[in-house]
Design a protein around this ligand. Sequence first.
Ligand SMILES: [Zn+2]
Length: 255
Amino acid sequence: MTVVLIAAVAGLLIGSFLTVVVDRVPRGASIVQPGSACGNCGLRLGPLDLVPVFSWLALRGKCRQCHTSIGVEPLVLEVSTAALFSLSAWHFGWSWRTPAFCVLMAGLVALTWIDLRTKRLPREITYTTAAIGAPLLCIAALVEGEPKRIWMMLLGAAIALAIMALIYWASRGGMGDGDVRLAPLLGGYLGFLNPGFAPVGLFFGFVLGAVVGLALIAVKRAGRRTALPFGPFLAAGAVLAVFAGQWYVDLLLAR
Ligand SMILES: [Zn+2]
């Protein structure tokens, strides 16, 4: 239980940092300097304005000085990151897998939010997530005495990249290259668990994308060519495969 609590608190703090990341990375601005400020009156935010969730609730999502709404972004990012961190800690317990998968969750929260708003998946975030996550997965594999998992990770990444490259080629522009860059990151993580999870995660993503896409066409009469950001579905599919991949594979094999 302790590990879930620690992960929840870490998730709130990282989620708060992701608010800065999703705002600045798409603009190419530094995520370190300057400190956070109100976009309307320029009030520099102090430690009391930056307590995850609590500050937002206390100020009801408004700037302390000019009362301009700061939107739901900080709350959504903090709560969803904390939830995914807690779920990872609950699933993996006290092990190197927990911090490794928390890195993936943080990257996916940021990528999902940016893709929904800008229809882009910044390569900086995909590469940073891989650069921090891959060494942690390698440490986990070695500490667990299963170095073969490093090869499983590479195999998963290769499988996911091959599938997405094929779809990219076949869709002739229907799929963004950000989605292709994201695939080996997801495949690597899923491959670490089981290389078979890599195609399962992509499959989950495509099913989710198709269901939501069809629902949107039905509800909003959106055209078939309406571009739907695909990153969030890939991310959701991968998260689903992390936690439910084994269940799904067992289901397939039981038949
Ligand atoms: Zn203000």
